[in-house]
Design a protein around this ligand. Structure first.
Ligand code: ADP
Length: 605
């Protein structure tokens, strides 16, 4: 965690141990306020004015008790009855309006803070590399975005509310108490030290549970997402029971932790009630004695008791503050853990812009491992400019990894990847990716209109370009036939379109991009003959004049390729044309025989 932690030794030695901050809570709060509250200073200033009014009217309502008792009950003054009634009405109207203003203002500022934090979090997430997304569960990211931003707002609200409303109210009420009867005030304030001690014991335990609660919440969100994304597999393999069990466990844990936190937080109530009760009892004992025996006026005594009782709520809230703050600070810590993440790939200073006059792609002794798993072991090949290079080989041989490295989703762990002689690590990421079009197997479409999905290929493209791309991709015809043509929403993941249609939209997207290098991951799933022919025709047009690397599954593609690279265990073990390789009687021959047989069988059905 990159949140600075104060020097432990220094704080342990300090005399004010109660206010020491061994775990960085104060540092964290200060940072949170500095980064988020600063720009809302005018808003908070106004809030503070409202809070001042609330505190003042609360104090006034206690103060006026003396006159209520002395003027109304003892002196029986009729004019004073009216005046006092009007004053009470005035006091509570002010309090009501001020409370309204304060609440509206704080909600507005709070919502603005949440929105800003969520934007920042999402920005940091999108700047992370593939490895980050490989190891971070979706649920974790979703929970962070929703939960941590709220936690941050909660902490800011708590700090401002307690400092503003509660502290001001307590100051106002204690002033009333001291002004009315200094001796009684000392008695009432005797409860402070034990209260502080009791609360700080609770704080430590809450913190532990809050962290576990967050972890389990993450699990719940992950499980929901997995179930929704993989619902076909879940149903087909009937793993609903297992999903339910796992979910049940996570939900139970969150329930348990929430109960623990609630009961610990609630423990501040009996603590404060009991101590408060003692204080009130002592005051009645001493104050009542003064009134009865020493003839002090009962109004003063009543004003004092009222102030004491009113001070009770804000004091209780202040006591709970530490406990509540600590459970929210867990979320804030996790938020900063994410916000402080440096972008995984920042372009090196002075990175050049990739220039691709030819489009030759070259791997030189490239090594790559995913964490511990070796994927490429000294891979070398050259994909000639403007030619079609087919990648074939068994599953797990390293073909997809090769694509990921060309896109620089990951960095090589050894060797170099060159495009027209330039190491791709020396050029800006944006210029690299602008020169590449990727068409993947699982043609991913966003839940946007057909037009917008194609336009992702080149942001800012005009309608004429989009339609031309769709025509070249054999997609224009079917798009026109859709209910709303190019404005038809494709549904989540393109669910409202057939497999062949989705592929042609993905091809249109790549057409529009018009990049010199094309990475094509052929779909393995069989399409019907007509769609297949249309997709093939579109692909052929797409490949024209580009350097194409294709992970090939179709015989036609392999046969027509200018060069075939046969992958095995992260290396190229054979290369050449279809004719060369068949003649060589090696791995390719065996793979091809298998494919021919499959194809023959399929044709025979
Ligand atoms: P192919 O595309 O030829 O089937 P891949 O390039 O996908 O092969 O995989 C090469 C090796 O890398 C395999 O052993 C595979 O399990 C591993 N691998 C692929 N992707 C990941 C990943 N995201 N995390 C960890 N290991 C991976």
């Amino acid at each position: 965690m990159s949140v600075p932690v104060p020097d432990r030794k220094a704080t342990a030695l300090s005399l004010t141990r109660w206010f020491s901050d061994p775990d960085g809570s104060l540092v964290l709060i200060r940072r949170l306020l500095a980064e988020n509250a600063r720009e809302h200073v005018p808003g908070y200033a106004l809030t503070l004015v409202f809070m001042g009014l609330i505190a003042a009217s609360t104090a006034a309502s206690a103060w006026i008790m003396r006159d209520v008792i002395n003027e109304v009950f003892i002196n029986r003054d009729k004019t004073m009855i009216t005046i006092i009634s009007l004053a009470v009405m005035g006091i509570f109207t002010v309090k009501g309006l001020a409370t309204y203003g304060q609440q509206v203002l704080m909600s507005r500022i709070g919502n603005a803070i949440v929105a800003r934090i969520q934007n920042r979090l999402f920005e940091v997430m999108t700047r992370q590399d593939m490895a980050f997304f490989d190891r971070t569960p979706l649920g974790d990211l979703a929970t962070r975005l929703a939960h941590n931003a709220q936690a941050a707002r909660g902490v800011i609200d708590m700090v401002i509310l307690s400092l503003g409303r509660d502290v001001l109210s307590v100051i106002g009420l204690v002033s009333v108490m001291v002004l009315q009867d200094p001796a009684l005030s000392v008695i009432a304030l005797l409860i402070m030290p034990p209260a502080v001690f009791g609360v700080s014991l609770l704080v430590r335990r809450v913190r532990k549970h809050a962290k576990s609660q967050f972890v389990s919440t993450t699990k719940i969100v992950s499980a929901v997402q997995e179930t929704a994304l993989g619902i076909r597999v879940v149903k087909a393999f009937r793993v609903e029971d297992r999903m339910r069990q796992e979910m049940g466990k996570a939900i139970r844990d969150v329930e348990h932790r929430s109960n623990r936190i609630a009961s610990l937080t609630a423990r501040t109530s009996p603590l404060m009630e009991t101590l408060g009760g003692f204080a009130v009892a002592l005051v009645i004992l001493y104050g009542g004695y003064s009134v009865v025996e020493q003839g002090q006026d009962p109004g003063t005594f009543f004003a004092f008791i009222t102030a004491l009782l009113l001070a009770y709520e804000p004091v209780k809230r202040l006591a709970r503050l530490q406990v509540n703050l600590n459970s929210s600070l867990v979320g804030v810590r996790l938020m900063y853990e994410m916000l402080d993440r440096p972008p995984s790939y920042a372009d090196l200073q002075g990175s050049a812009v990739l220039s691709v006059p030819q489009g030759q792609v070259r791997f030189e002794a490239v090594h790559f491992t995913y964490g511990e798993v070796p994927a490429l072991a000294g891979l070398s090949f050259t994909a000639d400019a403007g030619k079609v290079t087919a990648l074939v080989g068994g599953s797990g041989a390293g073909k997809s990894t090769t694509f990921s490295l060309i896109e620089r989703f990951y960095d090589v762990t050894g060797g170099r990847v060159l495009i027209d002689g330039q190491d791709i690590r020396d050029v800006t990421l944006a210029s690299l990716r602008d020169h590449i079009a990727l068409v993947t197997q699982d043609t991913f479409l966003f839940d946007l209109s057909v037009r917008d999905n194609i336009a992702l290929g080149r942001p800012g493209a005009d309608d004429a370009d989009i339609i031309r791309a769709a025509m070249d991709a054999n997609a224009h015809e079917f798009i026109e036939a859709l209910e709303q043509g190019y404005d038809t929403m494709v549904g989540e993941g393109g669910g409202r379109l057939s497999g062949g249609q989705r592929q042609r939209i993905a091809i249109a997207r790549a057409m529009l991009r018009n990049a010199p290098i094309l990475l094509l991951d052929e779909a393995t799933s069989a399409l019907d003959a007509e769609s297949e022919a249309k997709v093939q025709g579109a692909l052929k047009r797409l490949m024209q004049g580009r350097t194409t690397l294709v992970i090939a599954h179709r015989l036609a593609t392999v046969r027509d390729a200018d060069c075939i690279l046969v992958f095995d265990k992260g290396q190229v073990v054979e290369s050449g044309t279809h004719g060369d390789l068949v003649a060589r009687d090696g791995l390719y021959r065996r793979l091809a025989d298998l494919q021919f047989r499959d194809a023959a069988e399929r044709a025979a059905v």
